[in-house]
Write a protein that binds this ligand. Structure first.
Ligand code: HEC
Length: 124
């Protein structure tokens, strides 16, 4: 009996712990200026592959506003991409510039839900 109590107490503790870890919010992105970010997105040339609205195109995927990486993941990727994308060092784009670009991406209007677009409704 005591063993069972101990086991369930341990179980509750583990559940509590994983719950606490899962609830940990992602580290906040540094504050950025979306307007400056848009100008940088155009000036540096992210738009050439990712599209004016970051919607994605022939040369690069959609990168915002959804789905969107965390700021840390975006920054890491821009510095050391693993695929076709060219790398950008901190000399070319500072962390502050990236924060602005991130703010621009996050502020883009989200696409409407598929169900809300009549032309995209599947007829039964
Ligand atoms: C020459 C084309 C090109 C340019 C310019 C470019 N990208 Fe990319 N980017 C890509 C491609 C292609 C990928 C897909 C993965 C790969 O092949 O590297 C990508 C992937 C990414 C990803 C990862 C997306 C994910 O979900 O994993 C981020 C973030 C990103 N780009 C941001 C930027 C930013 C910010 C800029 C401007 C500073 C930029 N890119 C400029 C082509 C480009």
């Amino acid at each position: 009996m005591l063993e069972r109590v101990a086991a369930s107490a341990a179980f509750v503790a583990v559940i509590g712990l994983t719950h606490a870890i899962a609830q940990q919010p992602a580290p906040a992105a540094p504050a950025g200026n979306a307007k400056t970010g848009q100008a940088l997105f155009m000036k540096i040339g992210c738009y050439q592959c990712h599209g004016n609205e970051a919607q994605g195109g022939a040369a690069g995927p959609r990168i915002g506003p959804s789905p969107m990486l965390s700021f840390q993941a975006l920054s890491a990727y821009v510095r050391a991409p693993r695929g076709e994308m060219p790398p950008y060092t901190a000399r070319v784009i500072s962390e502050k510039d990236l924060a602005d670009i991130y703010a621009f991406l996050a502020a883009l209007p989200r696409p409407p839900a598929v169900e809300s677009v009549p032309l995209l409704k599947l007829e039964p």
